[in-house]
Design a protein around this ligand. Structure first.
Ligand code: MRU
Length: 348
């Protein structure tokens, strides 16, 4: 473990290849400490994903891709690579980017399986870095397309963390905010604190502060009052998986925001790369939703917030039905309903 930030092409990145290891900025420690984990094995990478040291759908996929690079440093035997992929795939169930990135890595491995180990390792590293760079490039395009949807002086409401930390290094919903801010189009960002693990308070506030973008943190339960009072002009959220019909799994509390946005006629945009689209999953009903340890709700940073013996239910994500989504902003364009036509077309 060390301090300082991993970077890609000079910009903050949640993960970075560093020779015989992969550096992961430990997001469980932010904002108090910037600690970098030195990950040397695919098992350590799966553990970092599981315990949210690296989190956010695109970042999870990129981290898993580097996990396969680490596996190949141990052995290029097909059964070793397959078993590493299996361990990484099982780390978290909802983000489709995880399996998407692993499938790309396994396809690269399959096409080099008869090569020398050094050539296999080089091909896998090149593919992982391509996945990483493509995500950043796509995020920047998403930022431009999303910013064009916002009115001058927009006040946005967001949830969780969808910025550099959650992606290759720019952001999806927060990438739109960054691009709109660069155009002096955005006035203020309201950030839901995002219980139980406070990705909004700990990570999004940290990123916005670094970027100098004005924001106000709100308790998740303040979102209704904010929208009822006309305090936000747009809701921007990320996604962990978007089913073929547009139903979208994202951080728990996103569905609540979508219902509120519809009630108050505020546009609700899902912002995600096409690697988050899952045309093989027909609807939200088939999206696996991760349930996490109830202790995440019952305590915070080891401090109990409920009486001894209290029980909790802790789904990490909810599903927003497609009819509540104004549009889906991807790097291949802004997708409009009917999504069961626009989503398959975007990934064709
Ligand atoms: O549990 P997390 O922190 O991984 O949840 C992340 C989210 O819900 C994000 O909104 C989503 O992954 C998109 S990140 C660009």
């Amino acid at each position: 473990m060390t301090t300082g930030y991993p970077t890609l092409d000079g910009a903050l990145a949640p993960v970075a290849y560093a020779g015989d290891r992969v550096d992961v900025l430990d997001q469980t420690r932010l904002p108090a400490r910037a600690e970098v984990l030195r990950i040397a094995t695919p098992g350590q990478m799966a553990d970092a994903i599981r315990r949210l040291a690296v989190r956010g759908a695109p970042a999870i996929g990129i981290a898993a891709a580097y996990g396969i690079v680490l596996a190949a440093q141990e052995s290029c035997a097909p059964e070793h690579i397959a078993s590493a992929a299996q361990v990484l795939r099982a780390a978290r169930p909802t983000a489709v980017n995880l399996g998407w990135a692993l499938d790309r890595m396994l396809a690269t491995f399959a096409s080099h399986v008869d090569a020398e180990p050094a050539a296999i390792r080089a091909a896998l590293l090149a593919e992982a870095q391509l996945i990483h760079r493509e995500d950043v490039r796509g995020n920047r395009r998403i930022g431009e397309l999303g910013a064009a949807l916002l009115a001058q002086g927009a006040r946005a409401l967001t949830i969780c963390n969808t910025g550099a930390l959650a992606t290759g290094g720019y952001g999806t919903a927060l990438g739109v905010v960054r691009s709109a801010w660069a155009q002096r189009k955005i006035e203020l960002v309201y950030v839901c604190e995002t219980r139980p693990l406070l990705q909004g308070a700990r990570l999004t506030a940290w990123e916005l502060g670094h970027e100098g973008i004005p924001f106000r943190l709100v308790a998740d339960s303040a979102a209704g009052a904010l929208l009822a009072l006309g305090g936000a002009d747009v809701v921007l959220v990320g996604a962990d998986r978007i089913a073929r019909n547009g139903d979208t799994a994202n951080k728990i509390g996103t569905y609540t925001l979508a219902v509120l946005a519809a009630r108050h006629r505020v546009p609700f945009y899902v912002v995600a790369p096409t690697s988050t689209l899952d045309p093989d999953t027909p609807s939200g009903a088939e999206i696996p939703i991760e349930e996490r340890d109830e202790r995440e709700v019952l305590a915070f940073h080891g401090q109990p917030v409920a009486p001894p013996g209290a029980r909790a239910w802790n789904p990490a994500f909810d599903v927003t039905p497609h009819e509540l989504i104004t549009a889906i902003v991807t790097e291949r364009g802004v997708l409009s309903p009917p999504y069961d036509e626009s989503i398959p077309a975007a990934v064709a």
